[in-house]
Design a protein around this ligand. Structure first.
Ligand SMILES: Cc1ncc(COP(=O)(O)O)c(C=O)c1O
Length: 368
């Protein structure tokens, strides 16, 4: 399609998509708030009180720009992981850092591999920089490591995207299995390893950081286990030469000063993190029990959500989803076959899950 604007040519041909329609837009459409907001994998248990206190205090100084070097946060992250600050770049959530990554590596003619149904914001950035996306199928509800590698070889891909644990299925690979994949990465191909949910999973699913290997980029966030999604703080750990390249393109004043101060305080409160992880595991169990009672199947999850197999096609899962939304329970569902036979429910407080239980019972009865 021709555009009247002097755009880069591929932009005019992009669809006008938003990767996710937010619950706020849905609330505006339905004219009232949801009773339970358990669809966006937010952490309903909230951030550490120490982070809240630090942010309240920092709010008074919001007239200041943040430190363009992000010194305190980078140092705190580096200490936490036993790397140097030169191995760490901070950004506005993993989403923002995925954008920086495509800015560094993707342009027209560059090929990138992901899984069909995997986290769509990555795809959004790739196409927004003119790259060509190749999607491989999930296998047994997990991203298929072998198929990702094969396709990367076939198309000479520059990036492979993998989320471990995975969204939208909640499944995971062991670190040792991903290590085998890393050894097989084609020359000049990087692994974009999205570890947004890593704090919730088993320890043996967390890929150890090899700070000298430029082919592996570890993306982490304060949005999930640290309960600070609205703060927009993420970070990336990688080989220092490559991290220095990120410093050339990132938006140095793009971080919210208050949020950065909150993140430093959140990281220092590992007891709160443990509490969140425990409460999340309990909520996962409850969601699984609620799903199992009427004969649906919860898929084992290493994240802060449970994906539930509704055992029929996407149209049926969509009816379940819509029935829940109509009853004020905000949940989501995967977008691609065969994952779209499922709905996805985030961990929440017992009262949120009571709403889910009641609404699910009604919906399934209605659908028969
Ligand atoms: C796999 C995955 N990566 C990244 C994000 C977003 O992280 P952030 O809030 O740090 O941008 C999400 C959020 O749902 C996610 O599921």
């Amino acid at each position: 399609m021709r555009s009247i604007y002097p755009l880069r040519p591929f932009v005019a041909d992009l669809p006008a998509t938003v990767p996710f329609v937010g619950p706020e837009a849905q609330e505006r459409a339905r004219g009232k708030p949801f009773r339970a907001r358990i669809g966006a994998n937010e952490c309903l248990f909230g951030p550490s009180p120490r982070a809240i206190g630090a942010m309240a205090e920092a709010g008074r100084e919001i007239w200041k720009y943040g430190d363009p070097e992000g010194y305190d946060l980078r140092h705190a992250i580096a200490t936490h992981y036993g790397v140097t600050p030169a191995h760490v770049v901070i950004g506005p959530g993993i989403d923002g850092l995925l954008g920086h990554t495509t800015r560094l590596f993707v342009e027209e003619g560059v090929h990138v591999v992901t899984s069909d149904g995997a986290y769509p914001t990555f795809n959004f950035h790739v196409t927004g920089h003119g790259g060509t996306l190749h999607k491989v199928k999930y296998r047994d509800d997990r991203e298929d490591l072998g198929a990702l590698l094969d396709r990367a070889r076939e198309v000479s891909a520059r990036l492979i995207y993998l989320s471990n644990p995975d969204n939208p299925m909640g499944t995971w690979w062991k670190a040792s299995e991903i290590a085998e994949m890393i050894v097989e990465l084609p020359e000049n191909c990087l692994l974009v390893l999205d570890e947004a949910y890593s704090e919730f999973g088993p320890a043996d699913a967390v890929v150890p950081i090899d700070a000298d290997n430029w082919q592996v980029l570890h993306f982490r966030t304060f949005s999930k286990a640290y309960g600070m999604a609205g703060a927009r703080v993420g970070y990336l750990i990688g080989e220092k030469g490559l991290i220095a390249e990120y410093e050339k393109v990132r938006d140095h004043y793009g971080m919210n000063r208050t949020a950065e101060i909150g993140a430093v305080a959140a990281l220092a409160d590992q007891e709160w993190l443990k509490r969140t992880v425990k409460m999340t595991a309990e909520a996962r169990e409850r969601i699984s029990a609620i799903a199992s009672a009427p004969g649906l199947t919860p898929i084992p999850s290493a994240t802060n959500f449970v994906t539930i197999d509704c055992h029929r096609d996407a149209a049926y899962a969509k009816s379940v989803l819509e029935g829940l939304l109509k009853r004020g329970v905000f949940v989501r569902m995967p977008g691609a076959e065969p994952l779209s036979r499922c709905i996805r429910v985030s961990a929440g407080w017992p009262a949120d899950l009571d709403c889910f239980e009641e609404a699910l019972g009604e919906v399934l009865k209605e659908l028969g």
